[in-house]
Design a protein around this ligand. Structure first.
Ligand code: ZN
Ligand code: ZN
Length: 149
């Protein structure tokens, strides 16, 4: 496993390490994480800049390869105007290009559900990773939810 800790921060080499981080992080929880998926652009790239507002539940990724923009984890086809307090996700190393990993934890007794969602980002420059947002979607099917990543 390539996940490692340095001071207050965690580092990894691949999206799998982000998943491992959440497994570790929720290991003593009564609702541990069970499923995850990496965000991949239609062009095949997995590296994005992310504009987000945790307050407004707004998360818009832009592919650094082809420039495609996608508002994540949102039902409804129409793009939403970005909220005024939206800002770019920035790593402690000041870079802003990330791999994006969505992680869910189910309701107890219903393995296919997604009660919790965690937004994991891994900086492709220094490898620093962590949870940048979390919320409670209360979705019945984790696959459908993660498909919107
Ligand atoms: Zn792309
Ligand atoms: Zn970094």
């Amino acid at each position: 496993m390539a996940l490692r800790r340095q001071g207050d921060y965690w580092y990894g080499e691949t999206p799998t390490d982000v998943w491992e981080y959440f497994v570790w992080w929720t290991r003593n929880s009564c609702e541990p994480v069970k499923h995850w998926r990496q965000a991949v652009c239609e062009c095949g790239s997995g590296v994005f800049e992310l504009l987000m507002s945790a307050e407004e539940g707004f998360h818009e990724r832009t592919c650094v390869e082809c420039g495609a923009v996608h508002q994540m984890l949102r039902e409804g086809a129409r793009p939403r105007k970005s909220p005024e307090d939206a800002g770019p996700a920035v790593c402690i190393c000041n870079h802003d290009e990330f791999e994006i990993v969505g992680v869910t934890a189910p309701f107890q007794g219903d393995l296919h559900s997604a009660k919790w969602f965690y937004l994991g980002l891994r900086c492709i420059h220094c490898g620093c990773l962590g949870c940048y947002d979390d919320w409670i979607p209360r979705y019945l099917d984790y696959k459908l939810y993660l498909a919107m990543l």
